[in-house]
Write a protein that binds this ligand. Structure first.
Ligand SMILES: [Fe+2]
Ligand SMILES: [Fe+2]
Length: 493
């Protein structure tokens, strides 16, 4: 029963308070009662509380009583005024034209050659943009250069890029931070409020503290660029929806063909939620690739790179015409591995039909004015190993960390190769309405300060490599976001 209830909750894209779970499980009609409550809400709430479900029984009884006293025609008319749930709000996507724009990506703008001068310029750009963001925070309005701050006898505010992180034998942590001219050590005392702050290499942070007589900054607080305010979701007028996929890994022996046919026929079928899906954002690892890791050939069902994309192109061509697909590459795809990655070359684009739009990784997209930041998510490998408590099973935590740092891949020199472009395209300059990632083969939806977060599962079963590393994928889940309300659900196939 508990599993049925939790599956229902996750399919409806909401969360249940633990007390509400216990209360519902003590009733004989847990799912029905919760469904009645959700039907009575104008929008699916992010969390359903104990009070909500306690009143849900009355809602159901009232609704039943009203329906039974109406004539059939009145019932149909009244149905239009019943506050709609996610399902009911959908509108047929086919009723209006698609509107996709790529607002920002690297495609056609790459200038770097990987020289030392390129790297200096790249990090200077990263530092300057994030410093400007940090200076707009009131805690750092008086931020000084490190060289000046080190002589101050008062509380100082400084901004720097994290050059080193270490822990002393007494459990204190020391961050070395540097700006354009100087570098200083910052102490996070183990018995202070900042002891739990985790900083990763190459992120840009602000520090408020005092300088001691040995020239060490004793931190009082750490300030991140973050999303300083909660913003309202900028929705479309129509309840059209976008679905999110990634990590299809076509060509792999572990590609889940049966699950793909299920999702494909659901998308093309009569379901009203499916019929309201206008856009499909595919965030990389669309094929398994060739030579991505040692002895990969033993795990390939299609060992020709073009053959893999051709197979994918056929699968995409079978999706209904009303769905416009936006496709970006990931670390398994046939573009340069260094991020930002450009869109697929024309030799691959030509294999697909005109319903597919190709974008770089990352890219900032507009779907009918709703801004979607799509990023494959390779940097999660580095964040999971750098931040205690982060896990492959909970990519949403890593996504929130990226938003707090306002950077998609802060750590340089780890598993995420970064190309030193003239500008740092991995900075999250503009706050999106939806932030979508993939790569970790998990699935989840959430929100952070008004930004809808989506991690988009996989269509590949557990690989021998994942088995070895104890990674349990969550395949065949399709996150769907209502572009009018921002309400997100995950449908399992
Ligand atoms: Fe993948
Ligand atoms: Fe990946």
């Amino acid at each position: 029963m508990r599993e049925d209830l939790l599956a229902f909750v996750s399919n409806r894209g909401t969360l249940l308070e633990p007390d509400a779970v216990d209360f519902l499980l003590a009733q004989d009609d847990a799912v029905k009662r919760l469904e009645a409550f959700l039907e009575s809400c104008p929008e699916t709430p992010f969390v359903v509380t104990l009070d909500d479900v306690m009143s849900a029984g009355d809602v159901a009884r009232k609704a039943a009583a009203q329906v039974s006293t109406r004539t059939p025609t009145e019932t149909n008319l009244a149905a239009a005024f019943i506050p709609a749930s996610f399902r009911r709000l959908g509108e047929r996507a086919v009723d209006h034209d698609p509107d996709v724009r790529i607002l920002r990506d690297i495609t056609g703008h790459s200038t770097c050659e990987g020289t030392l001068a390129d790297f200096t310029r790249y990090f200077r750009h990263r530092f300057q943009v994030l410093r400007k963001m940090l200076r707009s925070r009131h805690e750092l309005a008086g931020a000084q250069e490190i060289a000046k701050a080190r002589r101050s006898t008062r509380e100082v505010q400084i901004i720097g890029i994290v050059a080193d992180v270490r822990t002393t034998k007494n459990g204190h942590r020391i961050l070395e931070i540097e700006d354009e001219a100087d570098r200083i050590a910052v102490l996070l005392p183990s018995d202070s409020a900042v002891a739990s702050e985790v900083a990763v290499l190459d992120e840009v942070i602000g520090v408020v503290g005092t300088v001691n007589d040995r020239g060490l900054v004793i931190a009082h607080s750490i300030v991140r660029p973050d999303l300083p305010t909660v913003k309202a979701f900028r929705g479309t007028r129509h309840h059209v929806r976008a679905a999110f996929m990634s990590d299809i890994h076509v060509g792999s022996r572990t590609f889940l063909e049966d699950k793909w046919s299920k999702v494909s026929s659901w998308l093309g079928g009569a379901d009203e939620v499916a019929a309201s899906i206008r856009y499909l954002v595919v965030s990389g690892d669309v094929v398994d690739g060739i030579g991505v890791y040692p002895r990969q050939d033993e795990e390939l069902a299609i060992d020709d790179i073009y053959g893999q994309y051709e197979a994918l192109a056929r699968m995409i061509a079978d999706l209904p015409d009303r769905i416009t697909v936006v496709m970006l590459p990931g670390n398994h795809d046939a573009v340069r591995p260094a991020e930002p990655q450009p869109a697929f070359p024309t030799s691959i684009q030509h294999l697909f039909d005109s319903n597919v739009i190709f974008a770089g990784n990352p890219s900032l997209l507009s779907l009918e004015g709703v801004r979607v930041l799509a990023y494959h998510g390779r940097s999660m490998d580095d964040l999971v190993s750098a931040i205690p408590g982060m896990s492959y099973a909970r990519p949403i935590d890593a996504m929130k960390a990226m938003l707090r740092m306002r950077h998609l891949a802060p750590i340089y020199g780890g598993k995420t190769p970064i190309a030193p472009e003239a500008e740092d395209h991995l900075i999250i300059e503009e706050v999106p309405d939806i932030f979508a990632t993939g790569h970790v083969h998990a699935a989840g939806v959430d929100q952070y300060r008004g930004v809808v977060l989506v991690n988009s599962s996989t269509w590949q079963a557990q690989t021998p490599y994942q088995k070895m590393r104890n990674i349990e994928p969550m395949p065949a889940r399709l996150p769907i976001v209502d572009l009018a309300s921002g309400v997100a659900i995950v449908r399992e196939f």
